[in-house]
Write a new protein. Structure first.
Lengths: 387, 134
């Protein structure tokens, strides 16, 4: 493949993988079974990225394994209602159709594991999107490094990835025990736990003790938060996660006050909210049902986005809860999210239930942020006030 | 003429004059993609153009979109001719490869020590060498 006998696109992709392998000391490339590609939003890719992708597609690049995409910069169908301008939409559609030409599925979500890209324990895969990477490694037990957009694409076009890091048992072993003494109830509590742990441990691999029967939504929130604020690509939870590990001696504790501190860090001063966004990572059907219950019979007065995969939204339509949400004035933002859509300057104060969304809301969009429960977010959407 | 050995990142050969930055560089946000001029506030080579230089810096930093930004600069003719890193990172490596910019790293001697701005050098990435021409 490296000699160009399978075409220029494959050759370039192999060059990328071999160079990365050399940088990280990989002894070889290995075959993979699944890819998640980040770098999909036109907001992040720009014309340069679009040109690169178009060139690859023109040269005959084809994905070799199941490959899904990260969120795009807009809802691919309902972009006008979300206030996206037409020039942006044209470019974004070009990006998506270019990926499709390469045989990549155009389901744009940060939760590929909810929409059919579901690796098994022990599978070697090449995923980008740090929350999905952490979910795949920790909760599913698949094996992937934190890929960037181009290296994940190269993996898709060759079916291979360099063998180092998270593909080796050694690097997945727990390095510090995290004794969770804090009371964990809601999804944002798990985001706060990820923040507190990430700040204390950096990219060390945690072994959590004291987290009992967490729900998928809570784990998804923890994955997103710990990857954002710490940098680890894997964690272990006693009696919950599937990977084997030795139990480290170094021990830290997370107390109620650590969680309270995390909430303080996520919450800016302003109580006048003008943008509410849920679904970072993308909402599950169950989350959408809960939001619908809270919204029933109410009318929102602020821009309210429910970010989710298009497939999940369709399920919500079948279950009848999508109708309740739309009737309230809240909007589905499928294929996209508050972190990758071009939102800078449109809003001042974001309310969300996600610690990760706070990071990107502040960093990329210069929003003030408010983090709390689904009920607090829905109330803010109705009244415009954070309580 | 002195020849220093290193490791290949991205294949190809190029000659040019050296531009040194001791600060890490971000091609996305740190460099104007239309002019090749470094725009990061307070950066060691802020205001300097990287166009057609043999750009010598420790390693990249910042967003993975930096790889695409380098690609765009190459297309617009404002990219460096070659890249010499102390220890290359994935963003610069991928950017150099997709842009066909020769790049090497891990030289026998630290290039930030023995190279000076304006020196004429040849980077032969295929043989993983850097040759000082004057």
């Amino acid at each position: 493949m490296l000699d160009g006998s399978e075409g220029y696109a494959v050759q370039k992709s192999m060059e990328i993988l071999v160079a990365l392998g050399e940088i990280f000391g990989a002894e070889k490339l290995i075959k993979i079974s699944s890819v998640q590609v980040a770098g999909v939003s036109y907001h992040n890719l720009g014309d340069a990225g679009l040109e690169y992708l178009e060139n690859l597609a023109k040269l005959g690049a084809r994905s070799q394994v199941i490959t899904t995409l990260n969120p795009a910069g807009m809802d691919l169908e309902n972009w006008r209602e979300l206030g996206i301008d037409e020039d942006f939409a044209i470019k974004q559609h070009k990006i998506i159709s270019t990926f499709e030409k390469m045989g990549i599925r155009s389901s744009c979500t940060c939760t590929p594991y909810l929409v059919g890209n579901e690796p098994k324990k022990g599978d070697h895969i090449a995923w980008s999107e740090s929350s999905a990477v952490t979910y795949a490694n920790s909760i599913i037990g698949a094996m992937t490094n934190r890929e960037g957009g181009p290296s994940a694409l190269a993996a898709s076009l060759t079916g291979r990835t360099p063998y180092y890091g998270m593909h080796l048992d050694h690097d997945r072993t727990a390095q510090a025990k995290v004794l969770v003494r804090a009371k964990l109830d809601s999804v944002p509590d798990f985001g706060a736990l990820g923040f507190a742990t990430g700040k204390k441990l950096g990219n060390k691999v945690p072994f959590f003790v004291g987290i009992k029967q967490p729900m998928l939504e809570q784990l998804k929130s923890l994955c997103a938060s710990i990857a954002t604020y710490g940098g680890t690509a894997i964690f272990h939870i006693e009696n919950v996660t599937p990977n084997h590990t030795t139990i480290p001696t170094e021990t830290i504790t997370v107390e109620n006050e650590d969680l309270m501190n995390a909430y303080e860090q996520m919450n800016d001063e302003s109580t006048r909210v003008d943008f509410i966004a849920l679904g970072c990572p993308h909402c599950t059907l169950d989350e959408i049902k809960k939001i619908a219950e809270l919204l029933k019979g109410k009318r929102v007065t602020r821009e309210f986005w429910i970010c989710t995969a298009r497939q999940t939204m369709r399920l919500a339509e079948e279950h009848g809860c999508a109708h309740v949400i739309r009737a309230s004035g809240a909007k589905f933002a499928c294929d996209t999210c508050m972190a990758v859509a071009p939102l800078k300057g449109r809003f001042k104060v974001l309310a969300t239930d996600s610690a990760k969304a706070c990071y990107y809301g502040r960093g990329t969009n210069s929003f003030q942020t408010r983090m709390g429960t689904l009920m607090q977010c829905v109330n803010a959407a109705v009244t415009g006030e954070w309580k | 003429m002195e020849i220093i050995r290193g490791h290949k990142i991205s294949s190809g050969t190029a000659e040019g004059s050296v531009l040194i930055s001791h600060d890490p560089l971000s091609f996305f946000g740190g460099v104007n993609p239309e002019t090749g001029i470094v725009i990061e506030k307070g950066h060691e080579i802020e205001g300097v153009s990287i166009k057609d230089k043999v750009l010598v810096f420790p390693h990249g930093k910042g967003s993975t979109v930096g790889s695409y930004a380098l690609y765009r600069m190459k297309k617009d003719g404002v990219s460096p001719k070659a890249i010499v890193n102390v220890e290359c990172d994935p963003i610069v490596a991928v950017g150099a490869i997709i842009s066909n910019i020769p790049a090497i790293h891990r030289l026998e001697q630290n290039p930030l020590d023995f190279l000076r701005n304006g020196m004429k050098v040849r980077v032969d990435a295929d043989h993983a060498t850097l040759e000082v021409l004057d």
